[in-house]
Design a protein around this ligand. Structure first.
Ligand code: PMT
Length: 399
């Protein structure tokens, strides 16, 4: 998990979105982080320190001086953590940061910290559009701080526009990126995910149990590590990962066309999609009627996308997945050779917690040069990290 063992400081300033910081704190704690919350005086008008203490197990820090404050907290707190996230960040807080003002515990911590800072603004839309606020945003970004764009929608004051705190999911992903090594920065990575649908008639199709989870996890983690990611997805209910370009396809032949179009500009291809091997030879124009007790459907083989694309490869790293129920290693090795791949991820799919549609996966990564890396049952994001470690090692130096 991106947050396991990480120490995160959440700075909460005084806006109505302060209540959403409680959910952020909860999610970080459940993701394995140790969370310390620092609140401005105005933030305490919207939500209490006790809320954060209950969620994080640590007393929220609220003041430089007075009962409960530690003498050197304003230096130590910002140094002890792995990253700082300001949610919500008000116009006032960003103005003080841009001007270098430290007049309370939070702003003083920010001046004394050298750790990565993620700013998540939330305010009225006119306030966000104000040139003074926009100037401050530019200044903060120029100093290397990450400032998210607020989301559009109905605001607490009734106005409609940009000013809502970004969704917790968006904040978590941006924070995960800030904490990740950027070893794939700028690398162009193509990922496929999900099943294909091969139509029998206008309402029926042949498909498989792939949910897209493993492919989406690869796309998400590659993006987190700095890559420019294009995700070619068969039908899936999953939302497009933040910052990833998603192309939606239905059939194996559509997936082939999309992969062929994007492969030449890519530096690596990871095919996690469960591509249908056959499609009905003819598609009925109208819904097929229930008739005789037996029905024969003729199928025609689909193209082998990986094999076709691997034959065109120049310097790209090409990775296949092999969903297997027996002879895992031998069957995967055969696909590695037959399809001309650099790596294959042999996927155990005959246990209930691994493979199709679940959140965990057990795989063995097999490569050409004596690479045999059996992995225990991991989350699909953890599997993605391990696969991308191998891809990063094989990529030629950036052009
Ligand atoms: O989506 P999830 O629910 O998270 O499930 C993940 C997964 C089990 C689907 C995934 O981890 C996985 O194993 N994907 C590959 C499934 C598969 O179709 O394996 P295969 O052994 O049939 O194919 C081998 C490789 O050839 C795959 O990379 C596949 O994308 C590719 N292929 C297959 C058929 C075809 N016509 N063209 C292809 O390119």
């Amino acid at each position: 998990m991106a947050f396991t063992g990480k120490r995160i400081l959440i700075g909460v300033s005084g806006g109505i979105a302060a209540y959403k910081a409680a959910e952020l704190a909860r999610r970080l704690v459940s993701g394995g982080a140790r969370v310390k919350v620092v609140m401005t005086r105005a933030a305490q008008e919207f939500v209490t320190p006790l809320t954060f203490q209950a969620l994080t197990g640590e007393k929220a820090a609220t003041a430089m001086f007075g009962p409960g404050s530690e003498p050197l907290e304003h230096i130590a707190l910002g140094q002890e953590v792995d990253a700082i996230v300001l949610a919500p960040a008000t116009a006032n807080l960003m103005g003080k940061m841009a001007a270098g003002i430290g007049d309370d515990l939070l702003t003083t911590i920010l001046l004394a910290s050298t750790k990565p800072i993620l700013i998540c603004p939330a305010m009225n839309c006119e306030m966000w559009a104000n040139p003074a606020v926009q100037d401050n945003v530019v200044k903060l970004r120029d100093r290397g701080l990450e400032v998210l764009h607020p989301e559009a929608g109905e605001l607490a004051c009734g106005a409609i526009g940009y000013g809502r705190l970004p969704e917790v999911e968006t904040i978590l992903e941006a924070l995960a990126q800030l904490l990740s090594p950027q070893d794939l920065a700028g690398r162009r990575i193509l990922v496929t995910a999900g099943p294909t649908h091969e139509d029998l008639d206008p309402v029926r199709f042949l498909t498989n149990r792939s949910s897209g989870k493993q492919g989406y996890a690869l796309a998400k983690v590659a993006r987190r590590r700095g890559a420019e990611v294009c995700l070619i997805s068969g039908p899936s209910h999953l939302p497009a990962p933040h910052g990833v370009e998603r192309l939606e396809v239905r059939t194996a032949r559509e997936m082939l066309d999309a992969v062929l179009a994007r492969f030449p500009e890519s530096e690596a291809l990871l095919m996690a999609a469960a591509v249908g091997d056959y499609h009905p030879t003819s598609r009925s124009e109208h819904k097929m009627k229930r008739g005789s007790p037996e029905l024969t459907v003729h199928l025609t083989q689909n193209p082998d996308i990986l094999k076709e694309v691997a034959a065109l490869k120049k310097k790209q790293v090409v990775v296949g997945f092999a969903a297997e129920t027996r002879d895992l290693e031998a069957a995967a090795r055969k696909k590695l050779e037959d399809k001309g791949l650099d790596l294959i991820v042999a996927n155990q799919v005959n246990r209930p917690d691994s493979g199709f549609a679940v959140d965990t996966n057990e795989v063995t990564i097999i490569g050409r040069k004596n690479l045999l890396l059996p992995l225990p049952l991991l989350s699909k994001e953890e599997v993605a990290e391990k696969v991308l470690d191998q891809v990063a090692a094989l990529l030629p130096p950036p052009r």
